[in-house]
Design a protein around this ligand. Structure first.
Ligand code: COA
Length: 283
């Protein structure tokens, strides 16, 4: 769906880029000509991903170990990226941490751990890459949010709070850094199967119920998210700034009062509505 060299002049840092959605986005960026710096806490995972993406796409990919909770580690990544590629034109804030828990059972450290990775980590990477982009005269920051950043969600309170902060940061910096040519956007994905997320967030036996909540009745394909991310990282989206783009098959809108009728067979819906019409006509 894109020109082959869409991201040719770009150098993109992807946090959590060694696996899951981060890796899928990275692969797509590289196939569109971008050079990449992938970082992850697990060096062996990110080095393997870098080698495999280089081999399959021919783009240069550097894999580095980095814990986004530590600002100096993210600054080190930016230094290495500039040494190797001369600049950083894009950042994807993808690294995250999450688990399901009843909130009243959480320790203060459990809350802090998720907020440190998701919110502070996103701030650290945005700050380190943003300073470099400002010096260079522009760039693009893309953060991975979630739809429950605005609806909230039971059982993932630390993540909901942190992602709400990421949305606020995106909108704030979209205005503040526009004058430096730095655009800030976010993607709010619904459920996309990954080992990391599904092993933590999809207990056995609830997959059918999760699918029923999604109007399109399926989970997302990684390629669909990677295409959206590629568009938002490309010059073609140059006037999109401060936007949170939802990609969830319509899931978050499905709380509407009567939406649950959609899970019934058509004849039953027709019959029900006809009964109501007949009853109100008689009045
Ligand atoms: N329920 C309740 N508390 C939990 C928990 C769970 N499932 N998992 C961890 N915690 C608590 C721990 O008990 C600890 O608190 P304590 O010191 O008061 O006991 C605190 O959270 C930190 O846990 P720890 O395992 O030391 O942190 P970590 O930095 O090694 O791991 C996580 C961070 C917990 C977020 C881990 O799941 C992780 O590394 N995730 C990364 C990938 C990921 O989550 N991907 C999914 C994205 S959707």
């Amino acid at each position: 769906m894109f020109e082959k060299d869409l991201l040719q002049d770009q150098v993109i840092v992807v946090t959590g880029g060694g696996s899951g959605l981060g890796r899928s986005m990275a692969e797509r960026f590289a196939s569109l000509g971008a050079r990449l710096v992938l970082c992850s806490r697990r060096l062996e995972v990110v080095e393997r991903a870098a080698e495999e993406i280089e081999a399959s796409t021919g783009s240069e990919v550097l894999g580095l170990s980095c814990d986004v909770r530590e600002l100096d580690q993210v600054e080190g990544v930016v230094t290495r990226a500039v040494e190797r590629f001369g600049r950083v034109t894009g950042l994807v804030n993808n690294a995250a941490g999450n688990f399901l828990a009843q909130t009243e059972t959480l320790s203060s450290n459990a809350f802090k751990t998720v907020v440190d990775i998701v919110l502070n980590g996103t701030f650290h990477a945005t700050l380190a890459c943003g300073r470099q982009m400002i010096e260079q005269g522009g760039g693009t920051v893309l953060s991975i949010a979630t739809t429950y950043a605005w609806t909230g969600s039971a059982f993932v309170v630390p993540s909901a709070c942190a992602k709400a902060g990421v949305v606020a940061m995106t909108r704030s910096l979209a205005v503040e850094w526009a004058r430096y040519g730095v655009r800030c956007n976010a993607i709010a994905p619904g459920p996309f199967p990954t080992e990391g997320a599904f092993s933590r967030l999809m207990p056995p036996g609830v997959e059918e119920a999760a699918l029923r909540k999604i109007p399109l009745r399926r989970f997302g394909d990684h390629e669909e998210l990677a295409n959206l991310a590629s568009y938002l990282m490309s010059p073609g989206s140059g006037y999109v700034n401060g936007e949170i783009v939802t990609i969830d098959g319509g899931e978050w809108l499905n709380g509407g009062e009567f939406n649950h009728f959609t899970s019934l067979p058509d004849e039953q819906i027709d019959g029900m509505f006809e009964q109501l019409r007949a009853a109100t006509r008689r009045r």
